[in-house]
Design a protein around this ligand. Structure first.
Ligand code: HEM
Ligand SMILES: *[C@@H]1O[C@H](CO)[C@@H](O)[C@H](O)[C@H]1NC(C)=O
Ligand SMILES: *[C@@H]1O[C@H](CO)[C@@H](O)[C@H](O)[C@H]1NC(C)=O
Ligand SMILES: *[C@@H]1O[C@H](CO)[C@@H](O)[C@H](O)[C@H]1NC(C)=O
Ligand SMILES: *[C@@H]1O[C@H](CO)[C@@H](O)[C@H](O)[C@H]1NC(C)=O
Ligand SMILES: *[C@@H]1O[C@H](CO)[C@@H](O)[C@H](O)[C@H]1NC(C)=O
Ligand SMILES: *[C@@H]1O[C@H](CO)[C@@H](O)[C@H](O)[C@H]1NC(C)=O
Ligand SMILES: *[C@@H]1O[C@H](CO)[C@@H](O)[C@H](O)[C@H]1NC(C)=O
Ligand SMILES: *[C@@H]1O[C@H](CO)[C@@H](O)[C@H](O)[C@H]1NC(C)=O
Ligand SMILES: *[C@@H]1O[C@H](CO)[C@@H](O)[C@H](O)[C@H]1NC(C)=O
Length: 601
């Protein structure tokens, strides 16, 4: 099937655009990219693996991909082009009591998604991402993905089609959602290529289940894959789609919709390439249907050499700097174990500030290879990720101002420099830093809590955080505080968005030129992140989007030995590789392209 090659070609085109725009740090882009390509949130909890590879749900044996795609459609369906309201805004979580949204699949999908949103990835972004995974993992097109959706905190209008509605009602509903009558036909076919109709939800269409606890689901076509069988079987007159061949014509909505233009659109979808490209563009529009005034991010494309998890912190009584470089590896080739990856950095203070006197460097402390099935998107691209973890000791009197990386394959090719398109990776501030290893989180569970899909009774637990930060000595801060945020709360009743203060904790003696401050916080959600702030002489220094997921469970990695290059790094060494990341990334994707014959439809 050519959609695979197409998506590579697309990746190639988008990569070229992306390279000129992206600079680290771009926390929203970085968080969205980690979800799309690694399938997971920052702490490694994987969203994609719930659905990939084209999984069925334990218990109900329903297609999880189908449930997730339908979930996105029903969230979008509240859009009204006439006044610009509604769309993909996460409002569906408040609309599950409506008959148009009836079904256990919706409630279970809500539970699948509820631990994943954060300050930079909204609930609605997660719903759209889930649908992108669902389509890709079952063999459908890779739908281009953007973030930036803004969550609603109340229900939206009704407007999701039900089978007993007339054709004119359906046309009007899709018009309100922003789709023409022809697009209604194609979009419905793109949705109904996976999943089916359940006995519990439509007993008049599907006979009762004979397996206790497992619904009887009649699929719309003969495969569980995202393919054009929905069209070809319909045209051949041998479809099993109950919304086509039910004897009660009132309920035969797919038949009415599919033949509403004399079967012309369905005939065009019987060409597999047309089906894939139509579904790709219509689903992209569906996922990007948002309320007026919401602006989505750029398209999220692969960052070929990605820097993440950057922090100054204190571990085992030592000030350390931690950073990670993520490189891509083609799945069908062996990782070069001779490769060395070196981090270089400049001091912030003293004789060698900004690498005036000398440059420091250290090899990676650990190499971690990811699962190629971390996300259906990279699985389809034929790549996986290799992470080079760095931990280096830092003198408080020198600190760190910026860093970059050099990759040496030791096989005759020249080294590759990753330096943020020539800018190097900046360490924006060192006034306030988080100290996970001196912070704790305790779950205080609620013994009387029972969780069912139909009934919510209070909260299962409260997370009690004791948090410690470090502030540079001598700065004499007027206030040390944090903004705490969490929108991953069971059933999405509200988002935690609060401020907490830290006070000097003199039971911890100073380390590396830093004093310690502690404070506590309570949260009933799953994804607390902190923006740390310190006010010094009228200036506020901030550390954005600090996760609280590891804390005292942070795996310890021994810091590497530091090399001190007494010869000042020539500025040419830093700047001559100005376009190196671009070249490196392009070469990689270029190789991937060459390995399959390019065949654009
Ligand atoms: C006239 C328009 C539509 C009508 C009347 C309609 C109706 C239905 C009905 C009655 C079901 C069975 C639900 C159940 O048994 O609980 C269903 C399932 C489904 N619909 Fe639609 N639908 C329409 C359009 C769409 C669109 C545009 C999409 C997405 C692009 C979509 C995606 C799905 C999916 C994926 C399922 C399977 C869910 C599962 O197996 O869990 N539908 N639809
Ligand atoms: C799903 O959740 C909604 C809202 O809480 C509830 O009204 C409905 O009964 C639930 N459906 C099922 C099948 O549990
Ligand atoms: C056909 O379905 C409609 C809508 O569910 C229902 O009102 C009607 O009674 C059904 N007709 C027959 C003959 O079963
Ligand atoms: C459209 O296709 C359906 C299903 O094969 C068939 O029943 C119907 O007669 C066709 N209608 C036209 C106008 O071709
Ligand atoms: C050196 O290794 C890299 C990465 O493994 C590879 O892309 C490159 O082609 C190799 N060069 C030679 C000359 O073997
Ligand atoms: C790694 O280095 C060893 C020793 O120099 C050499 O024999 C081997 O071929 C190298 N492997 C690769 C993949 O370049
Ligand atoms: C614990 O659960 C009970 C009943 O389920 C509920 O009333 C109460 O509010 C919950 N407590 C907390 C702290 O969530
Ligand atoms: C958290 O801090 C409070 C106040 O200092 C203390 O009473 C409590 O024991 C601490 N809890 C944990 C788990 O460290
Ligand atoms: C949190 O609340 C502040 C102040 O009300 C607001 O400016 C900010 O946008 C909120 N943050 C989020 C992520 O909603
Ligand atoms: C101060 O830090 C110690 C050691 O981490 C901790 O046990 C204590 O709870 C902290 N004090 C406060 C007031 O949080």
């Amino acid at each position: 099937m050519s959609s695979f090659k197409k998506s590579l070609a697309l990746a190639w085109l988008l990569h070229a655009q992306f390279s000129s725009a992206y600079r680290w740090p771009s926390p929203q882009y970085d968080a969205l990219e980690t979800f799309l390509y690694e399938g997971q949130r920052g702490d490694g909890s994987n969203l994609a693996s719930l659905v990939h590879p084209c999984r069925k749900r334990t218990g109900t044996m329903a297609s999880i991909a189908a449930e997730w795609l339908r979930f996105a459609f029903h969230d979008m369906a509240t859009h009204n082009v006439d006044d610009g309201s509604g769309g993909m805004d996460g409002s569906l979580v408040y609309e599950l009591g409506r008959s148009e949204n009836f079904g256990l699949g919706f409630n279970q999908t809500l539970t699948d998604f509820e631990t994943f949103p954060n300050k930079y990835v909204s609930r609605a972004d997660i719903f759209a991402l889930g649908a992108v995974f669902a389509v890709a993992t079952c063999g459908g097109p890779i739908v281009p993905y953007r973030g930036g959706r803004v969550d609603a905190w109340t229900a939206g209008i009704s407007g999701t089609p039900e089978p007993q509605n007339t054709l004119d009602t359906h046309k009007e509903m899709f018009r309100k959602q922003g789709f023409s009558s022809t697009e209604m036909i194609a979009l419905t076919a793109c949705g109904h290529t996976i999943g089916g109709v359940r006995d519990a939800d439509f007993p008049m269409l599907v006979s009762a289940s004979t397996t206790p606890g497992q619904p009887h689901i009649v699929d719309f076509d003969s495969t569980t894959q995202f393919d054009n069988k929905i069209a070809t079987e319909y045209l051949a007159g041998n479809t099993q789609n109950v919304l086509v061949n039910t004897p009660n014509t009132t309920m035969a909505s797919d038949l009415r919709v599919f033949m509403s233009d004399g079967n012309q659109t369905m005939r065009s979808l019987s060409d597999p390439n047309t089906f894939m490209s139509q579904c790709q563009s219509l689903l992209e529009r569906m996922f990007n249907t948002v309320p007026h005034g919401v602006s989505l991010t750029d398209e999220i494309t692969l960052i070929p050499a990605k820097v993440w998890g950057v922090q100054l912190t204190v571990e085992k009584d030592q000030l350390v700097f931690k950073a990670n470089l993520r490189l891509t590896q083609p799945t069908d080739s062996k990782l070069n174990m001779n490769r060395t990856v070196t981090m270089f950095w400049c001091d912030k203070y003293g004789d060698s500030a900004n690498c005036r006197g000398s440059t420091k460097s250290a090899p990676s402390a650990k190499v971690v290879q990811d699962d190629p099935n971390g996300s259906p998107i990279i699985a389809r691209m034929g790549i996986y990720f290799v992470h080079y973890n760095f931990v280096v000791p830092i003198q408080g009197s020198e600190s760190i101002s910026k860093f970059w990386f050099e990759v040496d394959e030791h096989n005759g090719t020249s080294t590759t420099v990753h330096n943020n398109e020539g800018d190097n990776y900046p360490v924006a501030q060192d006034q306030i830093i988080f100290v996970p290893t001196m912070s704790t989180a305790l779950f205080r569970s609620n013994g009387s809590y029972t969780k069912t899909y139909t009934n919510r009774n209070g909260e299962a637990f409260t997370k009690v955080y004791n948090l410690t930060v470090a502030v540079r000595q001598g700065s004499n801060p007027s206030r040390v505080y944090a903004s705490a945020f969490d929108n991953a709360i069971h059933d999405f009743p509200y988002a935690l968005n609060t401020t907490m203060d830290f006070s000097r904790n003199s039971s911890i003696s100073s380390i590396g030129g830093y004093d310690f401050y502690s404070g506590s916080l309570e949260d009933i959600g799953f994804q607390t992140t902190l923006d740390l702030h310190v006010d010094v002489d009228g200036t506020t220094y901030s550390e954005d989007f600090v996760p609280t997921s590891f804390l005292d469970n942070t795996p310890y990695i021994e810091p590497s030995t530091v090399n001190n290059d007494a010869h000042p790094v020539s500025s040419s060494r830093v700047t001559s590789a100005l376009s190196a990341p671009f070249v490196a990334g392009s070469t990689l994707i270029g190789l991937l392209l060459m390995s399959v014959p390019l065949h654009l439809v």
